[in-house]
Design a protein around this ligand. Structure first.
Ligand code: HEM
Length: 379
């Protein structure tokens, strides 16, 4: 007993048998403490209740061991030991019964990682969101959401710098978050919508990457009629409401008008060269007035373009320059609308028209239908 620790000095107070029992209890506690320390070194393995318990355990026993009053120091030791064991015992129950996790305690999933990366990237470059959303559509809309777009960038429907720029932003996300290209593109498109003020769309992971391109010519083109747009989206299991809402993606971004591009440029055979010179000579026109904001402006413009086209013709008015001054001034003030024939086609379709008008005045309905359609599109 000459080598005896603080505990043995209790022997006169508690007797030999109890002293031995206390030795065993403290030994167990120290083993337990070691386990907890190992867990603390791996914070991802800890749930909040255990974190609290281990913090409590770590902060208190050292003080107790140094204490010269054995009776006072042992009691907190044993209480803490029991509390630790109790908290470990109730761990699963307390996790399932807990309130929803806060941002700090919520584990960061791969999907959260992609979303966070894209929100940050889009905040630094206002044009990136439109390119990312189009990338997601062109990947999923031709052969399914499988990342095959990375082999298809030289096609005329995909050619141009913006999809390339979007793809290199996605590459960083793939490396940082450890997800497939297909997942990064699908989740990235949803995050791009959110970054621009649209709805938050929950998109999970699990898409496999294609090892080569999908067949060509499966995407809609800017000359589509309402019927062709309907047929395209129906083949992918989308309703009219979801199809029209998805077309509302054109609230973001621009399209390239070839008006004014020289014949010499238009005759180039190489798609990259054609794109380069037509971009230089052509015009990038925004679909809507605020092409970086995800809102109902696109539908308002599509409806307005139809109204203008239906306005009664002024008999014998002839060319605009020959019209009365007041009429010319009114037309000058009217904002120019930049829409593709496929956008205008929505209003010429009897079933699509009421949907365009509804979404033009009801952002909530637009966001909900868009989120549903987008989830179906990207699987
Ligand atoms: C009938 C259906 C559609 C047609 C015909 C169509 C066609 C086009 C065309 C021709 C452009 C311009 C490309 C350029 O000149 O740079 C464009 C841009 C765009 N499209 Fe579509 N699209 C359709 C549906 C969609 C859908 C469903 C989405 C997304 C869910 C989408 C997202 C976009 C975006 C965001 C842009 C702007 C890209 C940028 O500014 O970089 N489109 N689309």
């Amino acid at each position: 007993m000459g080598r005896c620790s603080t505990l043995c000095r209790l022997r006169p107070y508690v007797g030999r048998r109890w002293c031995k029992l206390l030795h065993v209890a403290v030994a167990l506690f120290l083993v337990c403490l070691g386990c907890l320390e190992t867990r603390v070194n791996h914070p991802s393995a800890l749930v909040p209740s255990v974190q609290k318990a281990s913090a409590l355990v770590q902060s208190q026993p050292v003080k107790s061991l140094d204490s010269h009053s054995p009776r006072r120091s042992l009691l907190p030791f044993l209480l803490l030991h029991s509390a630790t064991l109790a908290s470990l015992a109730v761990w699963p129950a307390s996790v399932s019964a807990a309130a929803p996790p806060t941002a700090e305690t919520e584990p960061r999933t791969a999907a959260d990682c992609v979303r966070a990366e894209v929100l940050t990237a889009a905040a630094g470059d206002p044009k990136l969101a439109a390119a990312l959303l189009r990338l997601a559509f062109h990947d999923a809309g031709a052969g399914g959401p499988n990342g095959s777009i990375r082999f298809e960038l030289t096609r005329s429907e995909n050619v141009g710098p913006s999809l390339r720029q979007a793809l290199s932003a996605v590459e960083r996300v793939v490396l940082r978050c450890g997800v497939t290209w297909a997942d990064a593109i699908a989740i990235g498109g949803a995050a791009a919508v959110e970054a621009s003020g649209g709805p938050r769309i929950e998109v999970g992971i699990g898409r496999a990457d294609a090892l080569g391109p999908d067949p060509e010519g499966m995407l809609p083109n800017g000359g589509f009629t309402g019927d062709e747009t309907r047929a395209y989206f129906r083949r992918r299991g989308l309703s009219d409401e979801e199809a029209v809402a998805l077309c509302g993606a054109h609230t973001l971004g621009r399209w390239t008008s070839f008006l004014g591009v020289s014949k010499e440029c238009m005759d180039r055979k190489d798609p990259d060269e054609l794109w380069a010179c037509s971009r230089e000579q052509g015009q990038r026109l925004p679909f809507s007035e605020h092409p970086e904001a995800f809102n109902t402006e696109y539908f308002q413009d599509v409806a307005e373009a139809y109204r203008r086209s239906q306005a009664p013709r002024i008999p014998g008015a002839g060319r605009i320059k020959d019209r009365p001054l007041a009429e010319r001034q009114r037309l000058d003030q009217v904002r120019r609308l930049n829409l593709l024939p496929s956008d205008n086609g929505l209003m010429y379709d009897e079933e699509f028209r009421p949907l365009v008008l509804r979404f033009a005045g009801d952002e909530k309905a637009f966001f909900a239908a868009f989120a549903r359609g987008y989830k179906k599109l990207v699987g």
